[in-house]
Ligand binder design. Sequence first.
Ligand code: ADP
Length: 683
Amino acid sequence: MTPAALPGQGLRSRRWLLWAALLTLVALLLGVLVFLAAEYEQARDQAALESDATQVATDIRSGLLRNVQTLQSLHSVSPTPDSWVLPATELLNAHREIMRLEWRDATYRLLAARDTPFRGHLAGYLERDQFLPEMRQACESARRLSGPAFSASYFWPMSGGQGMELMEMCLPVVRPGEPMGFLVATYTLPGLLAELPGRSLLRDRGLAFTEPDGTRLALHSTVQGSQRSLSASALLDLPGHTLMLRLESPRRTGGLFPNVLTAVVGALSLALLAVLALFGRDMRRRQRAELEVAEALAFRKAMENSLVTGLRARGLDGRVTYVNPAFCQMVGLAPEQLIGTGLPAPWWPPELVDEYQQRQAVRLAGQTLPREGYESVFQRSDGTRFPVLIIEAPLIDAQGVQTGFMSAILDLTEQRRVEELNRASQDRLQATARLATVGEMASLLSHELNQPLAAIASYATGTLNLLQDVPETPVRADLALAMQRISEQAERAGRVIKSVADFVRRREQVHEPVAPQSLVDAIAPLLALQAKKLGIRLQVRMPAGISAVLCDRTMVEQVLLNLARNGMQAMPEGDPPQQSGLRVLTLSARQTRLHADTRPGGPARRLWVEFSVTDHGQGMSAEVQAQLFTPFFTTKSEGMGLGLSLCRTVIEQHGGALNHEAAQPRGTVFRFTLPAAGFVLPT
Ligand code: ADP
């Protein structure tokens, strides 16, 4: 892990922590909201259930009051116990909640009675008298109240191990002129629950009469299933007795979101989460983009810093807005000293300010800038001038508006120096070539002229000798003088020629150790020009670690240049054709075995380096080969015919040898040897 990775990782884990906290908070909020909504819902359901329970109690009470009126109608027409039975039967048929109707006199003696047709006889299992106390209690209350009164409920067992909760209602029957009696209606509590409340209130609900302690007395229905239920109680306050009603309703737990509110809150929370997630993604993208931009910036910075080309941006007013390190290094000023500076620029040489101002004005006038750039001269902070190449382009911002100029500046100092060096070496080579040629010519001339001159001198001497035998005459004296002069002049001519040859030869030859590669490098730029023109590829084969040679480097460069030029001239355009792949001139060097040095006084055995120049030109006919080293022999219209003989002279002066043979698959290879520096073995 690099130290730079640490803060980034800390940031990432902190971001995850924040996200986790946020998600937990939202989940908590959602939970609380759902819980509160469920609670609210339950409270609302409870309130509705309680109001329904009250409504059920009201329904039962009003049903019972209605029944009182119906029952009273039985006695509106002074019935006899016999005539009472029929309407009583009808009434029982219409009211299933009533088990039995009895007409009793003031002493509770039964006058007439009728049982409901829907159930078995009440007295089927137990004697009816068993419930007289309840009946009496009710009737006493009724008498007191002069109105209907109810007894407490009681359990009445019936046949088949069954039974039911019953309740007596006693209604005093008072008719003027008649002894008082009672109409006793026996209600079944389950019947009350089944018949009197509105049906809509009871759907899917449980309804029961209970004791105050919750013990169930009579049941109409129970809540289906084993779900938890809500319950509400209501008091059924009847004259003489109070019953407790219990209404139960299944708890509505319809999934996670029991009602619309919760669902809406849930949906909103989910939407909030989704928005947060989107926001997070957006943030991540933004961060990624920022990272990419930062990386791109870092890359750009690294690139700008590594450039050797100076970069400079200027606003339209000529003020510098940006410089890279290379530019600062060129002009020797710090960025702070450059940014914000206007015209004249600090790197302008004072004598050129006017010219540069004009150039700047032209540029600002909107003239197009040359793509290839222009040359100029800048001044360093120490006052030295240096040549530069400026390539300028308009600076366009993201909106497509030009905001200034961007310039790339190349320092041409080094290029100029190399050019100067090349030119100097070319001049030197050419001067040497001329001198060498003149020397060669002079030595050839002296060699050729020495014989005729010697002949002239000896003829003159012979003639003088002959004249000694001729009698003295003025003519003889003149002839003898003339012969004397001829002989003197011939000698003088010989001396002049010798002195010219000596003068040319006298050029001191300095034999120094020179690396073969540097010999080739010196002539390569000169050869390259010609090779390019002819479409010839130059190839140099130089084994690594090859020994240096002892030579006069200028002369040997001249030899190499001559041979290479001859080779290229032997390959005029189209011969060999370009596609043959033979348009190659190879310069190579290799070390050879030890063999004798031919120079007088040189060591007997030494190491040699053999140079070769191979072309694939037309080669040489036997005729040409025979005259190759003959001075002034040439097959070229502008040739001098001195090149090869000069080469041979130079190489032989170094103790080496120059020879040639046919190259493969065609052309000629010229080879020459030079003594290697060092590696000398005595004889
Ligand atoms: P010059 O180049 O001035 O003609 P040289 O002495 O260098 O004089 O060459 C003499 C002649 O030798 C050339 O004219 C040419 O005919 C022949 N010659 C030299 N080198 C080659 C070569 N590599 N291939 C074919 N002919 C050559």
